[in-house]
Each structure stands twice: as C-alpha cells, then as structure tokens.
Design a protein around this ligand. Structure first.
Ligand code: SF4
Length: 373
C-alpha cells in the first residue's frame, strides 16, 4: 500500500524550480549556474522531487537527468518553431481543430515538470496565448460541431487541472451525444504519480464518468526506469477506474535511441497493461534540435531493430511524426535508400492513407511542409 500523507498540491509546490536549488542539491555544478539561470529565464525549469530522485547522481549523461535538467547548450541549439502547425489549427484560444473529427484542447499551461525536449517549448510557462481559459467555451465549441467525435484534453499537463475543472470537462463532455470518446494527455503518471495515487476524489470522478463515456489516458513513458512502482500504481488506478492507458514514447537522443532500451520499455509497458500506442520522431524544435532529435534514417533503423525484439502486443505502436500535414507514419527504408511514409491522419481528408517515398540523408530530421524531404 502506498502512503500519501501530503496533498498533491503541497508536493507540487515543493518541485524544484530554481538553478540555485539544483546546485544546492548537487545536480548542477556551481560554475554552470549563471548560464543555466539565463536559459531558465527563457525556458522555465521545474522538476518534481519524485522525478529528481530517479536520477543517477553525478552522471550528467543519465537519461532521466537529460529529460529534466537543462543542458548548457539548450538555449543556443537550432531548430524550427512550430513543426506541426499548431498556430494555424487554432480556431479559438486554446482550441485546435486540425482533423474534422478531433478537437485538441490546451486546458492548462502548467506541467509539474518541464521536459527539456518539449515541442511546446514556446508555450510552457510563458504565454497564455494558446491555452484554454474557459472550459465551458471549449465544451460549447464541441457541442456546436457534430462532426467532432473525439476530444484530446491536453496542456501543459491535463491532469494538473483541479478536480473541479476535470469534473466540469467530464460532466459537460459526457452529455454530448456525438462525442464517442475523451482522451486526457498527460505525463503525470510518469513524473508526478502522487497526483493520482494521493487523491481518491480524482479516481472517483473517472470511475463515475467512464461508465457514461469512454475515456482514455494517453501518457508518455520514454525510458524503462520511469516505470517505477509508484508510476505503475498510478496507471493501475486509472485502469481499474475504467480508463485504458495508452503510451506515446518520444524517440530521444541520449535517452532511448537504442533498440534494447526501447524493447525493454515496450515489453514492460505491455506487461503492465499500458498499450504502446505511438513512437514519435522528436520534433526538431528551436532550442533543442541538436540535443534530442535523431535523424530519420537512424530512428527508422532503431525502430526496426526494436520491433524485431518484440511480441505482437508490445509492437502495436506506430512510428510516426506529427507534421503540419497530419500524422505521418514512418514505415521503413527501401532498397533505393528512400524512406516510405504513409499519411495516417491528414488535415485534408483526401490525403489519408496517401503512401509516398522521400529521399532523405543523414541530416534529415523532419519532412518539409510540402513533404519533399
Ligand atoms: S509534460 Fe508534456 S507538455 Fe509538459 S513539458 Fe513535458 S512534454 Fe511538454
């Protein structure tokens, strides 16, 4: 039995958010502090105490460390700004409607941990511009769009909303007949499982509404060491509340760009009842491209090697990129050296299932907007 004496809000308030604290705790060398502070002014820092404790201390190449503590190069790395066209899909503040049947809600700009590779880097903790302020407005938008049959409530981290906000979403959305299912996008089970394990009211909400409308939790485990007993307990609680848990892993240089690590991760996910759903090509966003993104040819070969080590259940995931043109599956390399892609979801309906080949080289990290390479 996991004991949770503190409220999750109190635990969250104890997250480490300053470079000075990281220095005092021995995670950052004092001589690097000033430079990291300047990076932190642009790209905020937050690491929960729980996640900090997963780090192998004194190992600056530790994958857990890399995901949560900024490197000195973070501010200077090259990259694109809006790789999936989020701005042009925004129909109203915090509401994105890219595909006819799916709406994405940016329900909060808060995360318990600011992942250093995050593609929403330009948003997190900085601008309220694309963040949903009024839950009721989002529910009304979906009510008025009968073509929408599913909604993804994301953020920031959707589970850092208060129970009152989550309850408002669940009660409003579960009444909409044309809505078939609701997804919550969150890294909370991975970086802050206390929010789930320590709040019975939260679990009761999901127990109640999962009987009325299908609800999925979409989370993001990137490394087998993140599957701790606390994290698994959190996903178990959701599953037992009637909420299936799906996992989207991001392929990250220096973290999981290795078929043994990925195979272990996907096997452990499957054995803990968490469905491997997507493996995502890391978005070469501004500020992190050189630090985390893996060239497409390399990531394709890692994926093939990983799949060769897995059973059917553990390799159900699709290797994909969330591109401005839609969700594009990266199928594999053919003899000519070209990569073969399939448009899995498309902004324009006629493009769905479109199969195409692109010449890529060892420096190709992403496809251009016109999908030519
Ligand atoms: S929890 Fe999600 S939105 Fe927040 S920083 Fe991490 S990847 Fe980005």
């Amino acid at each position: 039995m996991i004991e949770n004496k503190k409220s999750w809000q109190k635990e969250l308030s104890e997250a480490v958010t300053t470079v000075d604290e990281l220095v005092d705790l021995g995670y950052v060398k004092r001589e690097n502090a000033e430079k990291l502070k300047r990076i932190g002014e642009k790209y905020p820092i937050s690491v929960t105490r729980y996640y900090l404790n997963l780090i192998e201390k004194n190992d600056y190449s530790d994958p857990i460390y890399k995901m949560c503590i900024a490197s000195l190069e973070e501010g200077t790395a090259q990259g694109l700004k809006d790789t999936s066209g989020e701005l042009c899909n925004t129909v109203s503040e915090g509401i994105q409607h890219k595909y006819d049947n799916t709406v994405l809600l940016l329900s909060t700009n808060v995360c318990s941990m600011y992942c250093r590779y995050c593609f929403r880097k330009r948003l997190v903790g900085q601008s309220e511009e694309e963040i949903l302020k009024f839950t009721d407005k989002a529910i009304k938008y979906i009510e008025e769009h009968p073509e929408v049959d599913n909604v993804l409530i994301s953020g920031g981290d959707a589970l850092l909303n208060t129970n009152k906000v989550i309850s408002r979403y669940l009660s409003g959305l579960s009444k909409i007949k044309h809505l078939k299912f609701i997804r919550f996008g969150t890294r909370t089970p991975v970086v802050f499982p206390q929010r789930i394990n320590g709040d019975s009211e939260f679990i009761e909400l999901f127990e109640k509404y999962s009987k009325i409308k299908t609800i999925y939790l979409v989370t993001q485990f990137n490394h087998p060491r993140e599957l701790t007993k606390e994290a698994v307990a959190a996903t178990d609680k959701m599953r037992h509340a009637g909420v299936p848990v799906l996992n989207q892993t991001v392929l990250l240089k220096g973290v999981n760009d290795n078929s043994d690590i990925l195979a272990t991760l996907f096997n452990e996910l499957a054995s803990n009842g968490i469905s491997p759903y997507y493996l995502f090509q890391c978005r070469p966003v501004k500020g992190v491209k050189d630090l985390f993104a893996v060239p497409l040819l390399t990531s394709c070969s890692i994926t093939d090697k990983t799949k060769a080590k897995l059973s059917g259940v553990a390799k159900r995931f699709k290797f994909a990129m969330s591109h401005i043109k839609g969700k594009i599956e990266i199928i594999g390399k053919i003899e000519s050296g070209k990569l073969i892609f399939k448009q899995h979801q498309a902004k324009s309906k006629g493009d769905i299932n479109n199969l195409f080949f692109v010449d890529v080289d060892k420096n190709t990290y992403w496809l251009s907007d016109d999908l030519t390479g």
